[in-house]
Design a protein around this ligand. Sequence first.
Ligand code: SF4
Length: 253
Amino acid sequence: MHANEFPPAGFDPLQKAEMAAKATCRGDHRKYYRFRPAKFYGGIATADCLGCCLRCKFCWSWPKVVSPGRFGRFYAPGQVSAKLTHIALAQGFHHIRISGNEPTIGRVHLIKVLELLPQNLLFILETNGILLGHDPSYAEDLARFANLYVRVSLKGCNEAEFYALSGAASDGFQLQVQALENLVRAGVKTHPAVMISFSTPDTIAGLRKRLRAIDPGFEDIEVEELVLYGDVEERLAKANLSVNYSHPPVYPV
Ligand code: SF4
């Protein structure tokens, strides 16, 4: 079955975000399971958080997404900022990020981490955009940080693909697209990355057109690689999702 053949259904990602926040946020503290140097962006200090509002079939962090309560511990914004800065300085990195699950869950925590980070380190916010699309004031809050870049990771090229890949109701895709629009309006530097391994040339062209209407530069999408970590292949087979082999998956090294 192809991603575009799925009927409309799925969970509410905003409700899932609330559930994830209950499990992984306490006041301005947030749950993390790891702090590490990573090779992406030419070297980036990374804090891996817990809690997400989607359930992507290709997610490399699956056990942490579905059972965040089983992993990690709570950290204050100051602890996260200090650990990231320490890793960046020790490794000579200029980039930092929160990764692992969805960084925008726990808005108070994220904003405080950003306030505490040194301005000479660029924070790359890798997000699924659901919460930024839902509430324009979130993007406006982010606009005051000059050392912030937002990479919105779209799950497929349209509503049907989004549902098939993420398990969330198809109208969540518009929230992802809206996130880009809200960020542009607020003056935040951003670009779209897209998982297109399950898409067709037609749906890819349709997305380019949709994104071009927000910002002509968005037509030039970053293609997200499908990496077959752990049991990803099994999950994709179970969901009957077929890969478009012009954008083939890779195995982790
Ligand atoms: S949005 Fe990211 S962390 Fe959340 S399920 Fe999808 S791939 Fe995993």
